[in-house]
Design a protein around this ligand. Sequence first.
Ligand code: FAD
Length: 159
Amino acid sequence: MDDRKFRTAMGKFATGVTVIATEVEGDVLGMTANAFMSVSLNPKLVVVSIGKNAKILNKIKESKIFTVNILAADQQELSMIFAGQLKEHKKVTFDRLDGKPVLAGALAQIACEVSAEHVEGDHTLFIGKVTDIHLEDVEPLLFYSGKYRSLTEEKLVTL
Ligand code: FAD
């Protein structure tokens, strides 16, 4: 099976979009990721999957903390910034949640401490123990088949 077929198939799984952020000695680094899921309710655990060439990989190993910022529909530009898809460098300021860097306006900010890491193929899975959450009541940014999308209004049919 070729890589393109695998990537195309994985892209058929519609997801939200997150920015994973961490901080080492005052320097905050972010990376766009959609390989995120909830793992356990008790204890509260999540997982993110980070590619072996991503700069944030060693930073999370060092800091042992990360945040997951689930992006809102109006935050496509942030996704593009942290995926390296914009040519010009844009300064992004971070808020704090439980002392960890988070993005204002995200529909969920999830602060984590690394509880385990597993190297699998060319990615590392970081299991995060959730230490705090902040929520906003806004619509999500979506990603499907290589394109950004948004939810459409649910149509209520009255008979
Ligand atoms: P870097 O140069 O470290 O960072 C990428 C960009 O973020 C750079 O342009 C940098 O300037 C900017 N940036 C970082 N920190 C800051 C800051 N503090 N302020 C301002 N700008 C900053 N890869 C995965 O490994 N796992 C995934 O689950 C995943 N999902 C993805 C989902 C989507 C929708 C997209 C578009 C990409 C996804 N990627 C994923 C790919 C990943 O986002 C890119 O490969 C990654 O950004 C490249 O990382 P880097 O270490 O090479 O770049």
